[in-house]
Design a protein around this ligand. Sequence first.
Ligand SMILES: Cc1cc2nc3c(=O)[nH]c(=O)nc-3n(C[C@H](O)[C@H](O)[C@H](O)COP(=O)(O)OP(=O)(O)OC[C@H]3O[C@@H](n4cnc5c(N)ncnc54)[C@H](O)[C@@H]3O)c2cc1C
Length: 379
Amino acid sequence: MPPSITTRSPDFVVVGGGIVGLWTAFEAARQGLSATLLEQRTIGAGASGGLLGALMPHQPTGWTDKKQFQLDGLLSLETEIAELEALTGISTGYRRCGRIMPIRNAEKRRQSGDWAQASRERWPAPFRWDVSDETPDATWLPPAEMPFGINADTLSARVSPRGLLSALRQAAEMSGVTIREGVAVEQIEADGKLRTTDDEIAAGHVVLAAGWQTFGLIEALLAAPAGTGVKGQAALLRPAIPVDPALPILYDNGTYVIAHADGHVAIGSTSENTFGDPLTTDERLEAVIKHATSLCPALKDAEVIERWAGVRPKAAGREPLVGPLPGLSGVSVATGGFKISFAIAHLMAKAVVSLSRGETPDTLPQAFLPENRVRPLPC
Ligand SMILES: Cc1cc2nc3c(=O)[nH]c(=O)nc-3n(C[C@H](O)[C@H](O)[C@H](O)COP(=O)(O)OP(=O)(O)OC[C@H]3O[C@@H](n4cnc5c(N)ncnc54)[C@H](O)[C@@H]3O)c2cc1C
């Protein structure tokens, strides 16, 4: 049965109820626009509804405007979250817990000194990157696992992904955003109208924040694919003996171990460029669990209480895509945050809303603009 066609016309429509879509809809409402968010399943059904919530800076050497943008995100998120929690009364599990990374060879130890030095030039006080020979807690990272010491930074933080989504959803709704779950956008018409599974929408402006599925939505409009999805698997553990939720993120060559506010420990993750079912977990996750539990004595005999998988949006060229889509009036994209979306989504949101209003956000790297990255098909 074809959907019944009714035409709705809010100022602003956001497609996708993940971290980027929620911040974007909330930001639009904060700026006085009437905003509707369309989510094909439920809020957090995509990559954002996961377990880790690491907010970790890039290495401070080889500084770029992308690294500056992420630093701005890491610094400003704390205040944004405090405001969100005050507005909604919902705890997001945010904590600036820092991060430790074992150093496993002499070359990495030498490089670590460069990172520590660069952090003093690039990061504002009091945030630091230090090289140390002391573990903060031998049950978290034992000396045997750090033969050449550790890198330790005080800028990293963690948040509960689901806690943050709940707070954002509530804040967006309190600000007047209409959230419609179970409504999928099927097609973007040449005039920017959206055909959904329910109806047809002609908005003042549309922002596609549908995670990795954004690339499929715009594929037919572009000369080449704008990005792809990279599957990841993660797990949530309940330690046999409670761990201190203030412990730093433990990061070892792709493996994350994160103590959360509720006493659970999240671990991850795999990185799979090819995959069949995006949502199932398999032996690749078991290998990550094995590595994490052998690295971290506090996880001995921990119970795995959840296994989870999702697909990260990775834009071609790796930089996020934020701003108007060339060749299609009134349609923007905000996606491609890949592994750092939680640190920058609030800034992506501010930028895409400003751009939709014809303003120029001063902190958005030029390389994030679709006009510099994608080519529309000739008419
Ligand atoms: C295992 C794993 C661990 C990760 N760890 C971290 C981490 O520690 N820190 C970090 O910052 N990032 C992490 N990431 C990456 C992060 O989760 C993603 O970059 C981020 O969630 C992407 O958010 P998004 O809003 O762009 O997309 P999503 O969260 O995927 O949201 C997109 C939404 O759009 C909806 N949608 C899709 N198509 C349509 C349509 N046609 N119509 C309507 N709705 C549609 C989807 O259902 C989905 O809900 C991790 C990812 C994975 C998989």
